[in-house]
Write a protein that binds this ligand. Structure first.
Ligand code: PEP
Ligand code: MG
Length: 848
């Protein structure tokens, strides 16, 4: 039989050894960097992943050769070193090499008790992790020497042989068990859940033990130089002093001077100073804030390891900005180190992850942030609650435009139905309200004013709950919260993003409040102002309803004449807030039916306001109902059928333009026609708008400019973009409706089965959430290309909810779009995501 040669492929970590992240893992690579920086790292040998895999497959490894680097009586630890620290790995095993002889030697130096504890600890971890024996057998009691004796006895009883004394044999077993643990199914599934590829491999490092015992200052600890929650410079960590107070228990010292007790800084100022020096060397040379693991043996400092400081999103941002400010990393690198999606955590209050979570419902995370409030089941109750100054959570089956007032008064929203582009979701994102939609397991009984959770708990109006729109959960009671973090670091990072990016970012903003948020987040204009939202305040709704109910052209003109100054005032405010930045105003879009009441009380109120019999009002409201309102009399169809509405809006826009002219930067309003499907619709509307412009020009005797464009949200508009662009200065893709119509999928109802569809692999993602680049995306490409073929200077953009999503921004940028427009609270995310894309495409020019 042929003898199998033991594997001898491993390397002592020296400054020049061939250690790489890919082959030896992050820990080995990091230790080599520390060695190169001249940090006091104990002798370490790295086993590459190929060796570890062979060990797992049963090949022997040349342990005597590994241990040759550690002197005649080796005492070592073995730690995992996968390529990425997040992938975990088997538990570290310490003090390999402990045996009777070493125990006696340690007892002479550190005393019997300390030597017993070290030996016992090793036997326990060897028995449990390596030999896989029952941990209970090694939970021995009594004095330290009795406990040690009992453990050795338990081993001998169970294994029919004494505890192994040969360090090489011990090491060989430890390596084998760690290598095999990595290959196990549970470990594989766990690391894959953290993003590890199926073929992820493990390296191992064998390191000389630095004992944390001694007469002088001795112990072990970790130190880092930033606060992991905020990123503010601050020494944090811990140190267990085991020198004088050695009775099997460690005494914890503060790291820096502290009135509450003794500190390492006072007891060992030179060692503390050395740690600080090592920290700043790591920061400068490893270009990262590192946590250093160290031991002190009789005043001798060893650095065992250094890992990237774990951090919250806000700390991550502050650290990246500080490193760039100190020119440790470039601004591009700082930008790339901050994940765009992590920004939304900084814009809103969040549920404190350290607090208790009593979840009673799960749904779709529709708008990030968290809010605490008392349950209300109607918009009226929300308004009443706001009037009392009491924060409330609006809980509805779904919301409709009528609920906007209620949503405006609520701190958060929870709905039973709906998906990411349902009414509640879109409005909540616009308002920056935390929102969970599609919580389909709750049962709502609006009449009884109660909500029944899937676990049977009943919540009534007035009960306190927390909506966590980031996690898509509703929690019982008041959860502990973290405040938003919109500080100077946040602004600085985004100003760097603006210097890098090459696609514009505007905001969807309907009201002055939205516009203020848009400016606060430095949007480059408004890409979509949904004017219908201006009609839902009490005073306007009545006039709007009068206009809808008008029997004659004269009555309608009278109602519109009352709406005109209100609209003009809206636009004046928007233009003033946006200070010369473009404002794209969409003409009225929803079916008129949405402005009418549906409840009996609402109908009665309307009958009173119009001075008509209730029966007539009810009949007329019913007569206006449509079977399929999303495909009915809405958008440009209203503009063609009742052109006076658009005339009034255009007049209000032009008069507002003249009113603010001369007060600041000139405004060139953009007017957008919704739901177009044919060129002729654009022609008809354009002719009238041009006529209104001419009339305003004549009336005031003053010049002004404007741009007219088309919202592409029907598949036909995308296909016929070539001819539509003859009359349009810009095309803006409304991907909410375009997705709805391309799939024939109701944006308000799809939430009911979307989970099943995604889980069954019918759709890779919810297409209302992540742009369907294959289908809807093809229509975008066709539309942009055909439009530009007609009009090379055509401005092309996207204003559906996808506009704030990093993947969709990538698609739009690649397709050469001029800008994306998204909810104001997503503007920072879009600015950063766009910067990432520009930086990456400069780094890899062929990638885009
Ligand atoms: C759209 O359809 O993509 C859009 C932006 O308009 P709305 O969501 O108002 O229908
Ligand atoms: Mg639309």
């Amino acid at each position: 039989m042929q003898k199998i040669e033991p594997i001898s492929d491993f390397d002592r970590i020296t400054p020049t050894a061939a250690i790489s992240l890919k082959t030896h893992g992050f820990r080995a690579k990091c230790l080599q960097r520390l060695v190169r920086l001249d940090l006091p790292v104990p002798v370490t040998v790295a086993l590459p992943a190929t060796t570890v895999r062979a060990i797992a497959a049963g090949h022997p490894v040349d342990c005597p050769a590994i241990l040759a680097d550690f002197g005649p009586t080796p005492l070592v630890s073995v730690r995992p070193s996968p390529e990425n620290p997040d992938w975990g790995g088997p538990a570290t095993v310490l003090n390999i090499g402990m045996n009777a002889a070493r125990h006696a030697a340690l007892a002479r130096i550190h005393g019997e008790e300390a030597a017993d504890a070290i030996y016992l600890g090793f036997i326990q971890s060897y028995a449990i992790h390596v030999a896989r024996l029952d941990p209970e057998m090694f939970e021995t009691g009594g004095s330290s020497s009795e406990a040690l004796r009992a453990a050795l006895h338990a081993w001998a009883e169970e294994m029919d042989e004494p505890f192994p004394q040969d360090p090489a044999q011990q090491l060989s077993e430890v390596l084998r068990s760690m290598a095999r643990a990595w290959e196990g199914t549970t470990a594989r599934l766990l690391r894959q859940a953290k993003g590890a590829p199926a073929e992820a491999r493990l390296g191992l490092v064998v390191q000389e033990m630095a004992q944390d015992l001694g007469q002088g200052i001795s112990g072990s600890g970790v130190i880092q130089f930033v606060d992991p929650a905020t990123g503010v410079p601050q020494v944090t960590g811990r140190f267990f002093n085991r020198s004088r107070a050695w009775h099997g228990k460690a005494e914890t010292l503060y790291l820096t001077q502290d009135p509450r007790g003794p500190s390492l800084e006072e007891r060992a100022p030179e060692i503390f100073a050395a740690l600080c020096r090592h920290g700043s060397v790591c920061r400068a040379r490893l270009r990262e804030e590192m946590q250093i693991e160290f031991t002190i043996e009789d005043s001798h400092l060893s650095v065992l390891d250094a890992v990237k400081v774990q951090r919250s999103s806000r700390a991550g941002l502050r650290i990246a900005v500080a490193l760039a400010d100190d020119q440790v990393i470039t601004r591009s690198e700082a930008l790339l180190r901050v994940e765009p999606r992590a920004l939304s955590e900084l814009l809103h209050p969040q549920v404190d992850p350290r607090g208790r979570r009593d979840r009673f419902a799960r749904g779709i995370a529709a708008s990030p942030g968290a809010a605490v409030g008392r349950i209300v089941f109607s918009s009226q109750a929300a308004q009443a609650s706001a009037a009392r100054g009491e924060p409330c959570i609006l809980v509805r089956r779904e919301t409709s435009p009528e609920d906007i007032r209620g949503m405006n008064c609520a701190a958060g929203v929870l709905t039973e139905r709906g998906g990411v582009t349902s009414h509640a979701a879109v409005i909540a994102r616009g308002l920056g309200l935390p929102c969970v939609v599609g919580a389909s397991e709750i049962r709502l009984d609006a009449r009884e004013r109660r909500l029944v959770a899937p676990d049977g708990r009943v919540f009534r109006e007035g009960d306190l709950i927390t909506v966590d729109g980031t996690a898509g959960e509703a929690l019982a009671g008041e959860a502990a919260m973290l405040a938003p973090a919109l500080d100077s670091c946040f602004r600085k990072l985004l100003s760097w993003a603006d210097e890098m990016r090459d696609i514009g970012v505007r905001a969807n903003a309907d009201t002055p409040a939205d516009a203020l948020v848009a400016r606060q987040f430095e949007a480059q204009g408004i890409g979509l102002c949904r004017t219908e939202h201006m009609f839902f305040t009490d005073d306007r709704l009545v006039v709007m309803r009068e206009m809808i109910f008008a029997d004659s052209a004269t009555d309608r003109a009278a109602a519109l004449a009352r709406l005109l100054p209100m609209q003009r005032a809206d636009f004046v405010q928007l233009f003033e807030i946006m200070q010369g930045h473009p404002v794209c105003i969409r003409l009225l879009d929803p079916p008129l039916h949405e402005f009418l009441p549906h409840s009996r009380e609402g109908l009665l109120e309307l009958a009173e306001a119009l001075d008509r019999p209730l029966s007539e009002v009810t009949r007329r409201v019913e007569a206006m109902a449509e079977f399929n309102p999303m495909l009915g009399m809405r958008g440009v169809r209203l503009g063609v059928a009742i052109p006076e509405i658009y005339d009034m809006q255009a007049q209000a826009i032009f008069e507002a333009t003249l009113e603010v002219a001369g007060r600041g930067d000139p405004v060139v309003p953009e007017i957008m026609i919704p739901l177009v499907s044919a060129r002729r619709e654009v022609e008809l509307v354009k002719t009238r708008i041009d006529a209104v412009a001419a009339a305003v020009h004549t009336k005031y005797g003053r010049e002004f400019a404007y741009r007219l464009g088309v919202m592409v949200e029907t598949p036909r508009a995308a296909l016929r973009a070539g001819e539509i662009a003859q009359h349009a200065a810009f095309l803006s893709f409304g991907t909410n409706d375009l997705t709805q119509m391309t799939y024939g999928l109701s944006r308000d109802d799809a939430g009911r089965f979307m989970n099943t569809y995604v889980q069954s692999g019918v759709f890779p993602e919810d297409p209302f959430h992540i742009l369907d680049v294959d289908g809807v995306g093809e229509l975008l490409l066709i539309g942009a290309e055909r439009g530009r073929a007609t009009r090379p200077d055509l401005v092309v953009s996207i204003c559906g909810e996808h506009g704030g999503d990093p993947e969709s921004i990538e698609f739009c940028r690649r397709a050469g779009f001029d800008y994306v427009s998204c909810s104001p609270y997503r503007v920072p995310l879009a600015r950063l995501a766009a910067a990432h894309l520009a930086i990456r495409s400069r780094e890899q020019p062929n990638a885009s």
